[in-house]
Design a protein around this ligand. Structure first.
Ligand code: NI
Length: 258
């Protein structure tokens, strides 16, 4: 069920059987010369809806704006400051908590969301810890779709090191699968591979300022051979991610780690 397509009595009825909600988190930022600017939002939303079909979860509106300051050197990118995104997440969660929601599962499609989301979760927990009022506890979990073992296996098998970090063939494959009519042809050559040290230091989109980022990655791809991401790969990636996320969501609702 999609919150956008529901009525308030339907949400009230849903709350009788579940206190959980799935929130897709994406971005609005460049994805290389052939990737759509909405790629991260498209992937997160697609997987969240496929996951919800398997487990009956309510899916909230996609957070399409993110922390992406490092990509502001590329036209079309829109970035929230990290502090703004933290506040948006807190207000989103607390609004739904007013109605009785307790379990908030963020299905993530953008590395730059990870640190602000975890800060927001700590702010929400701190409110509860400091209030001494007890009451229903808010629980939050964020999972990035590429982190599930089943998805990683596909990424490694299809792309290996050419997966890179941004405008990845896997995310472009999903967008090409979902939106074939607006997909672009891609015969770009492979960009330089990233070192293991670079990947370690810059995980979660821990990049520096926008001018430096564009100078270092002039076409916007960060070590990713985008043209390898074929539409036919997209269906398998969505399927694997949705299956794994549905299992993880069930564990989350049951209070298990995974
Ligand atoms: Ni992306």
């Amino acid at each position: 069920m999609r919150l956008h397509h529901a009525t308030w009595p339907e949400v009230e009825a849903y709350l009788q059987r579940s206190k959980g909600v799935v929130i897709p988190t994406g971005s609005t930022e460049q994805h290389g010369p052939t990737g759509l600017i909405g790629t991260d939002s498209i992937t997160a939303e697609t997987i969240a809806h496929a996951m919800a079909e398997r487990c009956g979860a309510l899916v909230g509106p996609t957070l399409t704006l993110s922390q992406a300051q490092f990509n502001l050197g590329f036209p079309g990118t829109i970035s929230l400051r990290p502090t703004t995104l933290i506040q948006v997440i807190i207000d989103y969660v607390q609004s739904l908590a007013c109605h009785g929601f307790e379990h908030f599962y963020f299905l993530n499609g953008h590395g730059g969301n990870i640190s602000p989301a975890h800060c927001a979760f700590q702010e929400l927990y701190a409110d509860q810890s400091l209030s001494r009022q007890g009451g229903a506890a808010i629980q939050c979990r964020l999972r990035s779709w590429w982190d599930f073992a089943e998805v990683n296996e596909i990424r490694q098998r299809l792309y290996g090191a050419a997966e890179g970090m941004h405008a990845t063939p896997s995310e472009l494959a999903i967008a090409r699968h979902v939106l074939p009519a607006v997909s672009r042809a891609d015969d770009l050559p492979a960009p330089p591979l990233l070192s293991a040290d670079f990947i370690k230091r810059h995980g979660g989109d821990n990049h520096e300022h926008a001018a430096a980022h564009r100078a270092q990655f002039p076409d916007g791809r960060v070590g990713s051979h985008s043209g390898l991401g074929l539409a036919e790969h997209g269906a398998a990636l969505v399927n694997a991610a949705a299956e794994a996320a549905a299992r993880d969501y069930a564990a989350f609702l049951a209070g298990r780690e995974s």
